[in-house]
Design a protein around this ligand. Structure first.
Ligand SMILES: O=C(O)c1cc(=O)[nH]c(=O)n1[C@@H]1O[C@H](COP(=O)(O)O)[C@@H](O)[C@H]1O
Length: 233
């Protein structure tokens, strides 16, 4: 069975609750994302626990620092054996190139290196506050171009930008998108949502899905429903 593009976001303050969810999921149907909250609470051991359960882990720590520090941080993530790691594209091309070069010696074991463009929670007013006068879509394209030039594997973006990004940067440029909502789920606080099928049709490679699975009465059934919807595309 081909691994599905679903990455389940583990946003929990309680490790037992997270592992209870994980024990209901199937590593053939999804990967797992560990972000700042769980990594700060439970550290690399938690990531290792997930890997021992045969899950690929996306370490979502969104590194943004001087090039030397980010290079060392992505190397530490690679040593941990994660499948995907990310940085902020707004850290600039020198930072992103340093991160890419730090992973060069990992060959087949190299994690995918992805850059965050504009967070899906940010609107025009948030960019203006930072002195950025471009629209969020224009800023995404600008940061994606910088990411592509820096030789990274792809970007985190909204599914609404996927079509334009694939057109501009080609099929190999990987798109990772949050804000995905299956027809059976509510939008929660996500603003511009797409269904999994729409996202795949738009060119999304990996979709980060949290609450529609983690808060479902039957998480595996929710995951299977998404997988079936994707197989029908
Ligand atoms: O990097 C992310 O994963 C991320 C970037 C972004 O721009 N927006 C966004 O929602 N996310 C994450 O994607 C996940 C979405 O979770 P749900 O809204 O519950 O599906 C959360 O872990 C967010 O932190």
């Amino acid at each position: 069975m081909q691994l599905s593009p679903v990455v389940v976001a583990l946003d929990y303050e309680d490790q037992r609750a997270a592992l209870n969810l994980v024990s209901q999921l199937d590593p053939a149907l999804c990967r797992l994302k560990v972000g700042k909250e769980m990594f700060s609470h439970f550290g690399p051991d938690f990531v290792r626990e997930l890997q021992q359960r045969h899950f690929d882990v996306f370490l979502d720590l969104k590194f943004h620092d001087i090039p030397n520090t980010v290079a060392k941080a992505v190397k530490a993530a690679a040593d941990l054996g994660v499948w995907m790691v990310n940085v902020h594209a707004s850290g600039g091309s020198r930072m992103m190139i340093a991160a890419r070069e730090a992973l060069q010696s990992y060959d087949a074991e190299k994690p995918l290196l992805i850059a965050v463009t504009v967070l899906t929670s940010m609107e025009q007013a948030d960019l203006l506050e930072l002195g950025i006068t471009l629209t969020p879509e224009q800023q995404v394209l600008k940061l994606a171009a910088l990411t592509h030039q820096s030789g990274l594997d792809g970007v985190v973006c909204s599914a609404h930008e996927a079509r334009a990004l694939k057109q501009q940067f080609g099929q190999a440029f990987q798109l990772v998108t949050p804000g995905i909502r299956p027809a059976f789920a509510g939008a929660d606080d996500q603003k511009r949502v797409m269904t999994p099928a729409q996202a795949v049709a738009a060119g999304v490679d990996y979709m980060v899905i949290g609450r529609p699975i983690t808060k479902a009465a039957d998480p595996l059934a929710a995951l299977q429903a998404i997988y079936q919807e994707l197989n029908a595309v």
